[in-house]
Design a protein around this ligand. Structure first.
Ligand code: NAD
Length: 416
């Protein structure tokens, strides 16, 4: 696709689903745009005593199914259009897993790697002061995203509670366990993806004892993807992994826990015993049963899609496959478990966190995992059924399921 503006891509993906669903013009135009968006200007006193001005955003894309929900991204390239796109995808994500929430997203244009802890705290608290009036458990609930973390969530929650002078842990999710975070939130994204793989494997009759898998992008999502695949799908062989510096390959299979330990200790995968080096491009083209793209956007494009030999792609990353690549892979018979379904486990457990905060009673890990499993399994089968009946690829099927749900809620409210 020549247009790389993420919001334009999100609108184009939506348009295709709206066309197929035969939505009327009013509904189409309504769902193509965020319902509310806010821009805030944030002065922060830096460690050198001078003020620096940051620009922040909060977009509440659609609240027909419930209060909006979505992460806060701190990134130098953050723009209103990135936030709009991510807020749209959150709307479809909460709908596909059928949790009673809408979609939102926020961000601050900044480079957190250049900020001291004190500067980060003042920025987090300043952002919360600027948007507190927009947030709340019945309005809009942020969470971590790229370059934000439980500590930043904790500062923001504390600032919000200071402003409203009440306890409101559910105003933000992804908090530390000490402040009302949920058990099982850390690995929920990857666990949700592997549950989708497991369900697809039942339909496709994959013999996991003789299967192989590879992980592109060995960060947070990818590392948990590797270990949870082993936990849930037994004797599959973990044959390759990569990070930004390159990859490693071992036909006989590696122990994912040992590889994670190595990566955390050494900061790299290179030199892991018993493996040979492999490039990122080669990893994407390996003949494996499951490939987990878990790095960044646009990893699989019209340039390399024809050479992808994986039987299944489980997109733990957001946007790793371009629309042109989708078509090529579909024609080749590759099953794609699309990002906003495959990585929806994170927001699902964030929702569980809100629920637990609301009744101030906390679930054991086992219960969180059972409920996550139920949500992801249902989402997978709803999308699979749609793909079969409409004869479309899984990404479009996921859009059809979600857009239908959001449109129906908007209609039921009498909005459009
Ligand atoms: P992360 O920064 O922890 O990990 C990213 C990894 O990708 C790093 O190891 C990096 O070295 C590697 N990488 C970068 N460029 C690469 C390349 N060209 N080839 C191979 N590896 C490369 O980030 P994360 O939290 O794991 O997020 C990864 C993706 O998953 C993002 O798209 C994110 O939006 C998505 N995601 C993550 C979560 C979550 O809970 N962590 C939830 C939903 C979606």
């Amino acid at each position: 696709m020549s247009e790389l503006n993420p919001f334009k891509i999100a609108q184009a993906q939506f348009d295709e689903a709206a066309e197929r669903l035969g939505l009327d013009d009013g509904m189409r135009e309504f769902l193509r745009w965020p319902m509310r968006e806010y821009k805030v200007t944030l002065p922060v006193r830096m460690d050198d005593g001078k003020f620096k001005i940051f620009h922040g955003y909060r977009v509440q894309y659609n609240s027909s199914r419930g209060p909006t929900k979505g992460g806060l991204r701190w990134h130098p390239d953050e723009t209103i259009d990135t936030v709009r796109a991510l807020a749209a995808w959150m709307t479809w994500k909460t709908a596909v897993v059928d949790i009673p929430l809408g979609g939102g997203k926020g961000g601050i244009t900044c480079n957190p790697k250049e900020l001291s802890a004190g500067e980060q705290e003042r920025l987090a608290r300043g952002y919360m002061r600027a948007v507190a009036r927009l947030l709340g458990v019945t309005k809009d609930v942020p969470a971590p995203d790229v370059y934000t973390n439980p500590q930043i969530m904790a500062w923001m929650m504390d600032e919000y509670e200071t402003i409203v002078m009440e306890s409101h842990p559910g105003v933000i999710t992804g908090k530390p366990l000490t402040l009302g975070g949920s058990q099982g939130r850390g690995d929920a994204t990857a666990r949700g993806g592997v549950i989708c793989v497991r369900e697809a494997g039942k339909i496709l009759n994959i013999d996991w004892d003789n299967a192989t898998y590879a992980v592109q992008g060995f960060g947070n999502a990818g590392q948990f993807g590797a270990t949870i695949h082993k936990e849930l799908l037994g004797n599959s062989k973990f044959v390759a992994a990569s990070d930004s510096r390159g990859g490693i390959y071992c036909a006989a299979g590696m122990d994912p826990h040992e590889v994670v330990k190595y990566k955390l200790e050494k900061g790299t995968l290179q030199g892991y015993p018993g493996t040979e080096p492999i490039s990122n491009a080669e990893l994407l083209e390996l003949e494996v049963d499951v490939l987990y793209p878990s790095a960044l956007e646009n990893a699989i494009t019209d340039e390399n899609a024809a050479r992808v030999k994986a039987k299944m792609l489980c997109e733990l990353a957001n946007g790793p496959t371009t629309p042109e690549a989708d078509e090529i892979l579909y024609d080749k018979g590759v099953v794609i478990l699309p990002d906003f379904m495959a990585n929806a486990g994170g927001v699902t457990v964030s929702y569980f966190e809100q629920v637990q905060n609301s009744y101030n009673y906390y679930w054991p890990l086992k219960l969180v995992r059972e409920r996550l499993d139920e949500k992801m399994t249902d989402a997978f089968h709803a999308v699979w059924k749609m793909a079969e009946s409409e004869k479309v690829h899984m990404r479009l099927a996921a859009y059809l399921v979600s857009v239908q749900r959001v449109a129906q809620a908007s209609r039921d409210r009498g909005w459009v």
